[in-house]
Design a protein around this ligand. Structure first.
Ligand code: NAD
Length: 343
C-alpha cells in the first residue's frame, strides 16, 4: 500500500481532531507538524509521535519530502501556506473559511491548478454521517426531486472558550458556520441562483453577527432556508447538531435532534438512528464532527491516489465563499442577490 506523506500546519484547537483522524488512516502518515508557536508544534509532535516539528512552514517544505500539507491555521494564513505548498508541487487541504476574500480564494485555486496539485477545502459537514445518508437517499431517488430544504444550526454553546478569536472577528457566523451550511445546501439541492440574508448580533460579547437567516433559490426550482444562531436557548443544548428537512416530490427526509432521520411518504414513515460511535480518542457531543474529519481525510487520500475528485475542491468552494460574502451584501442592503451577477 502507498503511504502518503503529510505535514500538518497549525497545531491549535481543532488540529487535534485532524491528527487523531490521520492516525486512523492506513494510507497516510503525518511526518511533520508545524506551528509558528514552536511549543505547540513540539507538543503535537510528542503527543502523536511525529518525526519532525517546525516553526517555519517554508523550512519544512524545503526539508521534507511530502505528498500533501493539511493547513489548520485560521484563515489569514491560508493563502500564503497553500501557495507555498503549490510552489513545492505539494497537494493541499485547507481548513475553512477557505479565505477572507474571493480574490484570495481564487489565487489559491489558480496556484494549485498551475502546479497540477489537488486542493481540497476541509468542509466536513457534508462528511457527517447523517448528511452522507441524506445525500445518498436523495441520489437514489427516494424522495423524488428535491423541492425545499431547511438546514438549521441553532445552539447556545460557548464556543468562544475553545475559539476565542471568534468573539473578535467582524464577520462571524456566516464565515464560520454559514460556509458549512451553504456547502450542504449546494451539495443537497444544487447551485444557487438567488440569495437574500438577514443577519443579527444577539450575544453582546461578540463583535460580528452571531445569527443569520438566508433564503436561497436553486437551479432546478428548489428553495432552501439556511439558518444559524450561536445564542439560542435550548435545554439540552443541541450543539453541534445540524438539523435538516429536505422535501421532495415523492417524500421528505427529516433529520431531528438526537440524530434521528425520518423518511416520510404518504401513509408511511421510517426512522433511522444516524448517530455514530464516539471514536476511542473522541468525546460526546463531538462524535459526529470527529467522524466527519476522519471521513474527509480518508476521502482526501483517495483523491491523492487518483480514485476520486476532491469534495469539495478549492474550485467548488469558490461558489460557497461567494454565497457567504454575498450574504453580507444582501444583509447590508436588504436586497436579493442574483449570484450570476454578483461582483
Ligand atoms: P487556533 O488558533 O487554535 O490554531 C491555529 C494555529 O495555527 C495556532 O496555533 C497558530 O499559532 C498557528 N499558525 C498560524 N499561522 C501559522 C503559520 N503561518 N505557520 C504555522 N502555524 C501557524 O485555531 P483553531 O480553532 O484550531 O482553528 C483553525 C481553523 O480551523 C480555523 O480556520 C477554523 O475556522 C477551523 N475550524 C474548523 C472546524 C470544522 O469543523 N471544520 C472546527 C473548528 C475550527
Amino acid at each position: 500500500m502507498t503511504i502518503r506523506r503529510g505535514a500538518l500546519i497549525g497545531c491549535g484547537f481543532f488540529a487535534r481532531n485532524h491528527m487523531n483522524g490521520w492516525a486512523e488512516i492506513e494510507g497516510a502518515e503525518i511526518v511533520a507538524v508545524c506551528d509558528r508557536d514552536f511549543a505547540k508544534a513540539e507538543r503535537m509532535q510528542a503527543d502523536f509521535g511525529v518525526a519532525h516539528a517546525y516553526a517555519d512552514a517554508e523550512e519544512m517544505l524545503r526539508d521534507e519530502k511530502l505528498d500533501f500539507v493539511d493547513v489548520v491555521t485560521t484563515s489569514p494564513f491560508h493563502r500564503p501556506l497553500v501557495e507555498l505548498a503549490a510552489r513545492h508541487g505539494v497537494a493541499a487541504i485547507c481548513q475553512k473559511p477557505f479565505a477572507d476574500s474571493q480574490a484570495d480564494a481564487e489565487a489559491m485555486v489558480s496556484a494549485c491548478e498551475k502546479a497540477g496539485v489537488p486542493l481540497a477545502v476541509h468542509e466536513n459537514f457534508r462528511w457527517q454521517q447523517p448528511f452522507i445518508e441524506i445525500a445518498d437517499r436523495i441520489a437514489k431517488g427516494r424522495i423524488g426531486r428535491p423541492t425545499f430544504a431547511r438546514i438549521s444550526f441553532r445552539h447556545g454553546f460557548d464556543y468562544y472558550k475553545n475559539q476565542p478569536y471568534l468573539a473578535e472577528v467582524e464577520r462571524l457566523s456566516l464565515m464560520d458556520i454559514g460556509l458549512h451550511l451553504y456547502d450542504l445546501a449546494r451539495h443537497l439541492l444544487g447551485e444557487v441562483e438567488t440569495l437574500s440574508c438577514v443577519t443579527q448580533r444577539v450575544n453582546p460579547i461578540v463583535r460580528g453577527e452571531d445569527a443569520f437567516t438566508s433564503l436561497l433559490s436553486h437551479a432546478g426550482g428548489a428553495v432552501s432556508v439556511v439558518e444559524c444562531s450561536a445564542f439560542a436557548k435550548y435545554e439540552p443544548d443541541p450543539f453541534p447538531q445540524t438539523t435538516a428537512v429536505v422535501e421532495g416530490t415523492e417524500g421528505t427526509l427529516e433529520l431531528t435532534r438526537g440524530y434521528r432521520l425520518f423518511e416520510h411518504h404518504p401513509g408511511s414513515v421510517t426512522e433511522t438512528n444516524v448517530d455514530v460511535a464516539v471514536p476511542n480518542w473522541g468525546e460526546k457531543p463531538w462524535q459526529v464532527v470527529q467522524q466527519s474529519v476522519v471521513a474527509f481525510e480518508r476521502h482526501f487520500i483517495d483523491v491523492l491516489n487518483g480514485k476520486t475528485e476532491a469534495q469539495p475542491s478549492g474550485a467548488h468552494n469558490l461558489g460557497t465563499m461567494a454565497l457567504a460574502l454575498a450574504s453580507y451584501e444582501s444583509a447590508a442592503t436588504g436586497s436579493t442577490i442574483r449570484m450570476k451577477d454578483w461582483r
